[in-house]
Design a protein around this ligand. Structure first.
Ligand code: NAP
Length: 259
C-alpha cells in the first residue's frame, strides 16, 4: 500500500533501544515505503542490538549519539554528513527522566531532575533539528517527527516532570516548524497512546492507562507501535506535504473525550 512512497529518500531514526521501541516501528514503516535508513543509539550497551535490527532493514549506518552531549550530537551528524550526504527525514523518539520522578510527588521534583528530563526529552529535539537542518537543506527540504504524550496537556498521575518535558517539546515543535518552514523543512509531533516499551515500564500505573483507553476511548482498544509507524510515515512522506507545526494524536481518539 505504501510501497515506493519514500523511494530514494533517506531517513535518520534516533531512539531504537529494541524491537519494542516506537522508533523501531517507525523505522519499519519508513523502510517498507522504500526509505534508506540510518540509526543513532545512545551508548555501547545498545550497539549490538541496534546493529542487528538495522541490518534486518538493510542499513549499516549505525552511529552513537548521546543527545545530552553537544559533542556527541556534532560528531554523529558530522559522520552522517560524510557517510550519506543529506537526509530527507528525521525521527526523534527519545525521552528520559530519573526513575524517582515517576514515583514521588510532582511537587517534590528536584532542580536536577527537572534539568535532566527537559534536557534529554525536549532540548535534544532542538539540538538535533539544528544539526539536521543543513543535511535536509542539502536535499531541498525534509520532515522531522518527534514523540509526545497527552500528559503535556492534562494531569496524568505519576507522569510528573516528564509531562512538563513533553509540553516543552510540543512548544519547540511549533517554533522549529515556524523557523524551518521557509527551508521546506516540516516539523511535527505524534502524541501516542500507551505502548508497552522499555521506557513505558518505568511509568507506574501504566496498566491503568491501558485499561482507561479500552474503556473510554472512541475506538475502545489500545494502539500498537505499528499505528505510530504509519502516522510517522504519513508525516515524513509527500502525503503530509503541507502539514507542519502540529501534534497528531494516535491514541484511539482518547484526547477527544471529556470523561
Ligand atoms: P524506548 O524503546 O525505551 O525508547 C526510548 C529511547 O530513548 C531509547 O532508545 C533510549 O536509549 C533513548 N534515550 C534516552 N536517553 C537518551 C540519550 N541521552 N541519548 C540518546 N538516546 C537516549 O521507549 P519508547 O516508548 O519507544 O519511547 C520513545 C518515545 O516515545 C519517547 O519520547 C516516549 O516518551 C514517547 N512515547 C512513548 C509512549 C509509550 O507509551 N511507550 C507514549 C507516548 C510517547 P536507552 O535505552 O539507551 O536509554
Amino acid at each position: 500500500m505504501t510501497q515506493g512512497l519514500l523511494e530514494g529518500k533517506v531517513a535518520l531514526v534516533a531512539g531504537v533501544a529494541n524491537k519494542r521501541s516506537i522508533a523501531w516501528a517507525i523505522a519499519r514503516a519508513l523502510h517498507d515505503a522504500g526509505a534508506t535508513l540510518a540509526f543513532t543509539y545512545q551508548g555501547e550497551r545498545l550497539e549490538d542490538s541496534v546493529r542487528t535490527l538495522a541490518a534486518s532493514v538493510g542499513s549499516e549506518t549505525v552511529i552513537p549519539c548521546d543527545v545530552s552531549d553537544d559533542g556527541s550530537i556534532d560528531a554523529a551528524f558530522g559522520r552522517l554528513g560524510e557517510e550519506i550526504g543529506g537526509i530527507d527525514a528525521m525521527v526523534h523518539s527519545i525521552a528520559f527522566a530519573p526513575a524517582e520522578t515517576f514515583e514521588g510527588r510532582f511537587t517534590d521534583t528536584s532542580r536536577a531532575a527537572f534539568h535532566t528530563a527537559l534536557d534529554v526529552s525536549s532540548y535534544s529535539m532542538i539540538a538535533m533539528a539544528r544539526a539536521a537542518e543543513p543535511l535536509m537543506a542539502a536535499r531541498g527540504g525534509g520532515a522531522m517527527v518527534t514523540l509526545t504524550y497527552m500528559a503535556s496537556e492534562r494531569a496524568f498521575p505519576k507522569y510528573n516532570v516528564m509531562a512538563v518535558a513533553k509540553a516543552a517539546l510540543e512548544c519547540s515543535v511549533r517554533y522549529l516548524a515556524y523557523e524551518l518552514g521557509p527551508a521546506k523543512i516540516r516539523v511535527n509531533a505524534i502524541s501516542a497512546g500507551p505502548v508497552r516499551t522499555l521506557a513505558a515500564k518505568g511509568i507506574p500505573g501504566f496498566d491503568q492507562m491501558e485499561s482507561v483507553i479500552e474503556q473510554r476511548s472512541p475506538l475502545q482498544r489500545n494502539i500498537e507501535a505499528a499505528d505510530v509507524g504509519n502516522a510517522a510515515l504519513y508525516l515524513c512522506s509527500p502525503l503530509g506535504s503541507m502539514v507542519t507545526g502540529t501534534t497528531l494524536y494516535v491514541d484511539s481518539g482518547y484526547h477527544a473525550m471529556g470523561m
